[in-house]
Write a protein that binds this ligand. Structure first.
Ligand SMILES: *Cc1c(COP(=O)(O)O)cnc(C)c1O
Length: 401
């Protein structure tokens, strides 16, 4: 038995079995490529779930982290630290929001956003028992609050009861949202582009109308930009392309480009009427190491013109995927925004993904029949060509023409 096969067996005895993992142990990365422990090379079109925007082993980023490790790693939120001061200021500027709370993950950012909405409405109405409207097919994370607003019964079923007062509406169906609004509603929550649910961007008219209704009724609009944010959709945050501003937003995944960090942000108006000292906290959130990563990521995005680059390569990726969709009858739709794209098949995509891995391409699905493309943002045309060739071979070997 090979060493890696033995290690995988060991892992399966030690780790809680909550994932059916691919039989690969990744060892190191370089730019767009990953290498497993047996030296096999893979083109990475997954970026560790839309995380590693800068590509692997990016020298300036690695150096910034190493320098911070040698200085200070953790202090808690009882004190200030320079990386957090800098990261918060840069994130405010990049997002156009007014106040930042750093978390350790996406789910925690959602938890903070939900608490903000309930506190806001508590101050607004002088009582509790408020309602949140979330979307069907949404994904917001695995903790109880985040799971409660995740519109996928399969994830929730065994863990009921969820937090109360959550109602679900349909993405891009404004009437279904309006039908759920009552005087108890404190927030409408959606992903600007649904990720796990199958890569569904919000329609501009839908989002504008939600903004209008929320304004009329003093309801908070919370946008989850954990997957679609940080440049992925061709703007720092996808909502910036819609001509609206949320009251609260969440960000994570690519924010630290691999170091676990997230944040929820809000406007000054919401900050003035919601969480105060004692309402919320975290031991690690905003620690110097995580914030050194955020700060460096935001610097590099600006220095390297990352958003412009995304907008430059997006049409190339779209054209390549449209070409496949035209050529193969098993592909029925291509949709997405920027470097967050989905190809919908009329057959399961699992065997295609397996075929890609065998041929040295890391891809993932978003639902049973949808291939998801969330590569590092630094991809070039040559990587798109290489990906398309491998993917096409895999499709042909599984489903023929
Ligand atoms: C991944 C994701 C989350 C959860 O983030 P974690 O860091 O895994 O807790 C929440 N919302 C969206 C849209 C996501 O893609």
């Amino acid at each position: 038995m090979s060493t890696s096969a033995q290690q995988i067996l060991q892992a399966e005895e030690d780790l809680l079995h909550t994932y059916n993992r691919y039989q690969i142990i990744f060892d190191h990365g370089d730019g767009l490529y990953l290498y497993d422990t047996e030296g096999k090379k893979y083109l990475d079109f997954f970026a560790g779930i839309a995380v590693f925007a800068l590509g692997h082993h990016y020298k300036d980023y690695d150096d910034a982290l190493k320098a911070q490790i040698d200085k200070l790693i953790h202090t808690s939120n009882y004190y200030y630290n320079e990386p957090a001061i800098e990261a918060a200021h840069k994130l405010k500027k990049a997002s156009g929001m007014d106040r930042v709370f750093f978390t350790n993950s996406g789910a925690e950012a959602i938890e903070g956003a939900l608490k903000t909405a309930r506190k806001y409405a508590f101050i607004r109405d002088g009582h509790t028992d408020h309602e949140i409207i979330a979307m069907n097919h949404s994904f917001h994370g695995r903790t109880f609050g985040a799971l409660s607003v995740t519109g996928n019964a399969h994830y929730r079923e065994a863990f009921e009861p969820m937090i109360g007062g959550v109602k679900f509406a349909d993405m891009n169906d404004i009437e279904s949202v309006k039908a759920q609004i009552t005087e108890k509603t404190c927030a409408v929550l959606l992903e600007t582009v649904q990720g796990e649910g199958g890569i569904h961007p919000a329609d501009p008219a839908f989002l504008k109308e939600i903004r209008k209704v929320c304004d009329e009724k003093d309801i908070l609009l919370i946008l989850d930009e954990i997957q679609c944010g940080v440049g992925r959709c061709g703007a720092m945050y996808a909502w910036q392309k819609y001509g609206i501003v949320p009251d609260v937003m969440t960000t994570a995944k690519a924010l630290g480009c691999g170091v676990p960090v997230g944040a929820f942000l809000m406007t000054e108006k919401v900050a003035k009427q919601s969480l105060v000292p004692g309402d919320h906290g975290t031991t690690y959130g905003g620690n110097p190491l995580a914030c050194a990563a955020v700060s460096k990521v935001l610097d590099l995005f600006e220095q390297n013109g990352m958003i412009e680059h995304v907008n430059l390569v997006t049409p190339i990726l779209e054209k390549a995927l449209d070409g496949l969709a035209e050529k193969y009858d098993c592909i029925i739709d291509r949709r997405g925004m920027g470097l967050m794209q989905g190809l919908e098949f009329n057959v399961p995509v699992a065997p295609i993904i397996k075929g890609c891995l065998e041929r040295g391409l890391v891809l993932i699905n978003a639902g049973e029949k949808i291939l998801r493309f969330v590569p590092p943002l630094v991809i070039e045309e040559s990587h798109i060509r290489e990906m398309t060739e491998i993917l096409e071979e895999s499709i042909r070997s599984v489903y023929g023409k």
